[in-house]
Design a protein around this ligand. Structure first.
Ligand SMILES: Cc1cc2nc3c(=O)[nH]c(=O)nc-3n(C[C@H](O)[C@H](O)[C@H](O)COP(=O)(O)OP(=O)(O)OC[C@H]3O[C@@H](n4cnc5c(N)ncnc54)[C@H](O)[C@@H]3O)c2cc1C
Length: 232
């Protein structure tokens, strides 16, 4: 592993416990990466040592900064939450095999909570390719639907991209027109009509991704068309 110093250039509060950290290299260019790749972020752990964790790039490679969308749950996020714009962070990568396939004809993205981060980058790429795609994004609360406004705007601008947000944990706010409850095989079939010819990209907790991947496989979706990124 070879960590290089990066500077935080912007921190966006997406929700009470979710932030997007935008970073740039102290020297040189951004590394070349693909939508779906993750990087290792490194920080001092407070005991004189350093520690690192994997985070998916939420940015698209065409963007001028690297973005990471992080939920404030766990040790490493507690370190990140102490940082300010201008502070330094180590970065190594890219890594990973959760990447778009060139053989796809139609893509369905399914994310839970901050699982949207890797999917955001992939959706921007799929829109760029003018390929039909759908996003099913579920979160416990409306606030947890990170990048909601951006996804709504993209869906209004691009006929080929359809956005299905879902609130799984609490009463939906008045006037809510999205889905309610967890994303299930039934909700996918209700909205898509068919699973034929579609490639699925799942990102989020092991529980959600594992359950949906099994349902898709038992509904006849070939294994090579179900790609998963599970975060524990
Ligand atoms: C490929 C991939 C991509 C990911 N992308 C994202 C993303 O985009 N956004 C996101 O929010 N999350 C992402 N995650 C999850 C992320 O890597 C972290 O696991 C998450 O932020 C929780 O932080 P944590 O691991 O420190 O949590 P914790 O549950 O606190 O810690 C996990 C492990 O760290 C060790 N640990 C705990 N405390 C300490 C300590 N004091 N000192 C040293 N070690 C300690 C323990 O061994 C523990 O098992 C991704 C994970 C993977 C695998």
């Amino acid at each position: 592993m070879e960590f290089k110093p990066y500077r935080i250039v912007e921190i966006v509060n997406e929700a009470q416990d979710v932030r997007t950290f935008k970073i740039l290299p102290v020297k040189g260019e951004l590394p070349s990466y693909q939508p779906g790749h993750f990087f290792l972020l490194q920080l001092p752990d407070g005991t004189g040592k350093t520690t690192h964790r994997p985070y998916s790039a939420a940015s698209h490679p065409d963007q001028k900064e690297l973005w990471f969308c992080v939920k404030n749950k766990g040790f490493f996020p507690s370190l990140l939450w102490k940082l300010n714009v201008g502070d330094l962070i180590g970065l190594d990568g890219p890594y990973g095999l959760f990447l778009l396939s060139k053989d796809d004809k139609k893509r369905v993205f399914i994310g839970g909570g901050v699982g949207i981060s890797a999917l955001r980058s992939m959706i921007l790429q799929t829109i760029k390719e003018n390929m039909p795609c759908w996003l099913f994004h579920s979160a416990h609360t409306k606030e947890g639907l990170v990048y909601f406004d951006e996804m709504q705007k993209l869906s209004a601008q691009h006929q080929n991209f359809v956005f299905f947000p879902s609130i799984s944990g609490e009463e939906a706010p008045p006037g809510w027109q999205g889905l309610k409850g967890r994303i299930s095989l039934q909700s996918l079939l209700d909205k898509l009509g068919t699973l034929e010819g579609m490639s699925f990209y799942l990102c989020g907790s092991k529980e959600m991704v594992g359950a949906l991947a099994s349902s898709l496989a038992s509904a006849g979706v070939p294994k090579e068309r179900i790609k998963k990124d599970e975060w524990g």
